[in-house]
Design a protein. Sequence first.
Length: 497
Amino acid sequence: MSQFDLLFTRNDHATGIEFAEINLAKPAAAGMFLTQNPSSGALSWSKTLETPVLNGTVSGSALITDLSSNPAAGKLLDALTAKNYMDQLIGANDAMVYKGGIDCSANPNYPAGEIGWTWKVTVAGKIGGASGTVVEAGDTIICSENNSGGTEATVGSKFTIIQGNIDGALYDGLFSSTGLLKRTGVKTYAVVTDNSDNWNTAYGWGNHASAGYATAANLTSHVNNAAKHVADAPVFGTETRAFVLSIKTGESVASWRLLDWSDIDNIPENISIDGHTHTIADVTGLQTALNSKSDTGHGHAVVTTSADGFMSAADKTKLNGIATGANNYSLPTASSTVLGGVKIGSRITINSGVISADVQSDNNFTTTLLNKLNGIESGANNYTHPSGDGNLHVPATGTTNNTKVLKAGSTAGSLSWSQVAWTEITGKPSTFPASAHTHTIAQITGLQTALDSKPTVVSAPSAYNSTGTAGTIAYDANYVYVCVATNTWRRSALAKW
């Protein structure tokens, strides 16, 4: 017997009492019924009830009370929900029900109606009372929102009137040319030339009452306004300077005045001078500078060891006999291939120009070198590294083995740099818990499509023609509203059950 199994006591005797203990295993799934076979008395779990009778009110999660989205299978549909849904479908599809004719000669009020009810006007008059809408015989009156009837002021917005008599209506076939429509009489019209471009130009000039046209009054005012005219030019007489007409800052009337250097803009920093000549006296200090210079015709004595002068012919001959760079010599440093100067070093002597080197022997071998040699084992550095597995050197990394690891091969002594494959890692977990993160709607497959299929819930509209988008829904305490087309709403009343 397992946890949550049921234990029953059953009377198995046909006429007397004979109890039997019945063990019933727990159901395989939630939502199953416990049933008993009336012939054998056997107990079992079942999802099916044979001809059940339900009295009273049904409630619970198995009852469908909202059809705004696809309901789950295997549940019960509430009757009121079904009725309201059907009413909405009828309203959403603009179903019309003809309710007969209305004689409007006595200006009757609108009749009580439901969405889609339609009446035909049989006698002309007004509908909606004395202040109602004028209608003619043949017009159609359609109820667009449930109401109890009334005057134009109270329920007129809940009805739509379609005119049946279109006598006198204009249509394109009446006109044979392009232009503007002009009424010439009762129900008669003509087409005149479209000069609207000229009218638009004139309109752009401004208000014609104050701008655009000149009247006798404003022309006189303009002529007499000195601020709007140029003053008479002055009498120049013998004046050779330039007079200009200008307005300076703070002035409102232009005046003739002499042109000042400060009035000129964009004066160049450098002004080129045309070809001309000057005398020495025109150049300041030039004569003083010339007086300090020697004349072109003068002489000098021959140079001596104590006085400057010109070079003699003999000195020039001597100079010509000296090679270029003479005595400009630098002794090179001696090497195995270059003759040059040397310095006397340790254990080297020189005598009468002869260089001699001391001969090394046991007697002059330094103690330091001897001690160093004694500290070196025989055969030092004469080493051979063993070969074979376990004594191998690490292969060179090179420049192409970055981030790689040293891996053993399938044979002894084989090593190489390479990447570790995922399949070569042992002991790795089969799953990895995801860290906390977020996703956009676009990153969830099918989420945007699922959202698009859901109706949008908005605030309840105030009238049947309130602003709205087809497919959106709304509700308040009394109605459920559905927008069936742009700015067109239908509603269904809510009721208790």
